[in-house]
Ligand binder design. Structure first.
Ligand SMILES: [Zn+2]
Length: 351
């Protein structure tokens, strides 16, 4: 019998002051020499305070300027192909994405230390770059450790936390898409990976009281959910559990270069639309609950709030139907027309 090996993070710490665990993690992963990647802002605000944690270690530090494949290659060249045991990425999406690629290329462990909670890339084995203005995804190894220090993440702009919330709750419709693919076209489905992805999202959406993402207990829930999302992706070796039609919609907006929304804001609005379709066509879904929960954290729920016109949203939705056709979603199952989408946009209040 053959088994497929699944690689998952060995160490996951989430909490205030958890960055103090870095030394312990390096020791446990038998790291002797590592490369620290960060950006100038985080270097001055965070890395500068890590004197104690880094004092006994042999490491080099480099600054990540852009989220591009070329940047990862440049760092590898500049490092002189050194024999690093690990790449420690401390920063937001840009730093972590470049760190993932560098660690995979250099065959070193990746230690992810996020300073924001803006999407589920913190623990996922996928790097998202823009090349020539177009979005691309690159498969990488998953992190060996994730250290999410809430006392640092708490200080990131609130808009990024709200975006992270949007990316997390998008799992509600992406997992429904996966189930649809299982039921209608016989796609392989992993019950555990699906649960890991969707349960934290459902938990947050169903929270009746007001959510304040800057409060430690709520930020902890968000962070845990985003990391679990990444783990679910690593579990099946595909973004399937956390990326369905709502992500196709967001990718279409990126391709078209419309608006000023973040990834999380775009997928969240996509989730309202796709939930509507799931509910209308299969009786499973609750777009109102999703919309209310986004309003609760003051994340955008309308096209206008992220700089999109109704026409642009319609164009993106029509384009989303043509993207990655092999990933079967509600769009492939229902094949909505432009008129259909128009009705949905007005019923949900998106545009
Ligand atoms: Zn996402």
């Amino acid at each position: 019998m053959r088994f497929k090996t699944v690689e998952l993070p060995h160490h996951i710490y989430i909490g205030e002051g958890e960055i103090s665990k870095l030394g312990k993690v390096l020791e446990s992963l038998e790291v002797n020499y590592f490369l620290l990647l960060t950006d100038s802002l985080v270097k001055n605000l965070v890395v500068v305070n890590l004197k104690n944690e880094l004092a006994d270690w042999d490491y080099d530090m480099m600054i990540v300027e852009t989220a591009r494949m070329e940047e990862a290659r440049k760092i590898i060249m500049q490092s002189g192909f050194s024999d690093y045991d690990a790449i420690v990425g401390i920063g937001g999406g840009k730093v972590l994405d470049v760190s993932k690629v560098v660690s995979t290329e250099m065959n070193a462990a990746f230690i992810s230390i996020p300073t924001t909670a803006s999407h589920d890339g913190i623990a996922s084995p996928v790097a998202s770059f823009k090349e020539n203005g177009k979005p691309i995804s690159i498969s990488t190894n998953p992190p060996s450790a994730v250290i999410a220090d809430l006392s640092i993440i708490k200080n990131c702009p609130i808009r990024l936390l709200r975006s992270g919330y949007g990316d997390l709750i998008s799992n509600i419709s992406s997992v429904k898409d996966w189930q649809l693919a299982r039921d209608l076209v016989g796609e392989d489905y992993n019950e555990v990976a699906a649960s890991i992805a969707v349960m934290p999202a459902q938990l947050m959406v169903s929270k009746a009281d007001d959510l304040d993402l800057t409060l430690s207990p709520h930020l902890l829930m968000l962070m845990r959910g985003l990391i679990m999302s990444g783990v679910a992706i690593a579990f099946v070796g595909s973004s399937r559990p956390a990326s369905g039609a709502e992500h196709k919609f967001s990718h279409a907006i990126d391709y078209l270069g419309y608006g000023n929304g973040t990834h999380g804001e775009q997928v969240a609005i996509g989730t309202i639309i796709m939930e509507y379709l799931h509910e209308r066509n299969y009786g499973k879904g609750n777009w109102e609950l999703v919309k209310e929960s986004l309003e609760k954290v003051r994340a955008p729920t309308t096209a206008k709030e992220i700089g999109l016109t109704k026409e642009q949203v319609l164009e993106a939705l029509m384009m989303a139907k043509k993207l990655r056709k092999k990933r079967f979603t509600i769009l492939e199952a229902v094949n909505p027309t432009k008129e259909d989408f128009e009705i949905i946009l007005s019923k949900t209040g998106v545009a």
